[in-house]
Design a protein around this ligand. Sequence first.
Ligand code: 4AD
Ligand code: MG
Length: 430
Amino acid sequence: MDHTYISDLPELVGKEVTLHGWVYNKRSSGKIWFLILRDGTGLTQCVVVKGNVPDEIFELEPDLTQESSVSVVGIVREDKRSIGGFELEIQHIDVHQIVKDYPISKKEHGTAYLMDHRHLWLRSRNQHAILRVRHEIIRAIHDFLDQNGFIQVDTPIFTSNACEGTSTLFKTEYFGRTAYLSQSGQLYNEANAMSVGKTYCFGPTFRAEKSKTRRHLTEFWMMEPEIAYCDLNEDIEWAEKLIVYVIQRILEKCREQFEVLERNTSSLEKVKGNFPRISYTEAVDILNNAGEEFEWGGDFGGRHETIISAQFDQPVVVHRFPAAIKAFYMKRDPEDEKLSLGMDFLAPDGYGEIVGGGQREDDYDTLLRRLKEEDLSEEAFKWYLDLRKYGSVPHAGFGLGLERFVTWMCGLSHLRETIAFPRMIYRLEP
Ligand code: 4AD
Ligand code: MG
């Protein structure tokens, strides 16, 4: 198929091209009508002039309803006023399908309705822009890690053990045994890091989150680096460098998408590094000073995160949480056994926790004791304990939640729009 894309038009002024796409919009004024075509790379205006095309082409106008699929042939013209800066003087139109009753019109629909039609909603301008930003973020993450010597090693999705607590495990039958969908690739990352030094995995993770919030999916993508010979401070530095790199990249590459989304990027431009770091205890003080009654030892909810992050215009790193509220694998702070060497990054403007991680327990006996305290099966973690028997070293890592990150970048109020087909407690379709 002869194929030119709308994004190629700047190089093709004066030439005849064929574009394949869908009718986005149209308007008519007697002897001339305009069709706005979309093809996945952009939008462009096609001009159909009576007398310049055969009558049967000119008369197609009433039939070409929204999302009808067409191929158009025409000459490319520069036109600053036109959407995308170019337009096509039409010579011919091939109709692939005329659409009847497209369920999504330009009028406002409720979110539930749009979510039910997610497979079609994805074609709208905003959703398309979000998908592009997500793509660019993924690319930037891979580039940063590759440039810094991280080796991507994929971790399994079927697992026999819990990484992030047993309350959010998805169970499935596995040839007469029980398997769980991975909550995090971390434990396997730790094994991989002992082979390649700096590793990362990037894949879907699953949590049977019973809470219905704007920050939780049951299936979300997580990017998780893990570094051998690394302590909590270096771990924080890696996460910070990654975030700054990704933001710079998308500020540069996604201008057009941010315009479509009407995302004011001035707050993102402030994210330059040297993120403030506060201890959990200091974060509790911030809450209490803000008039929020919060007792030391509790876990932060979304509202608490918003109050804490409101004090800063860059992401804030909260470290040294009470060990009792953190996972079994976290190393205790040698200065205070009640604390764990974990950290969370809270995004500004109330976008919540985007990164969680820390230094891992590297001592065999301590880890075994922690497993027992948490009632986790020693048998299932036998291989994991091996890592503390054969060349154990200090190591650390973190997980960045992709959908949370995209939500923040795009300035959205709910993370359901950051993944093509979100999975939530009440949403398995489409
Ligand atoms: O803080 P979490 O639970 O950390 C871990 O899973 C570690 N094992 C990661 C590691 O150290 N390798 O999750 C990491 C991040 C969170 O900060 C958040 O951004 C995101 O994953 N996240 C979710 N995103 C969407 N929906 C959910 N239900 C999420 N749960 C966590
Ligand atoms: Mg966390």
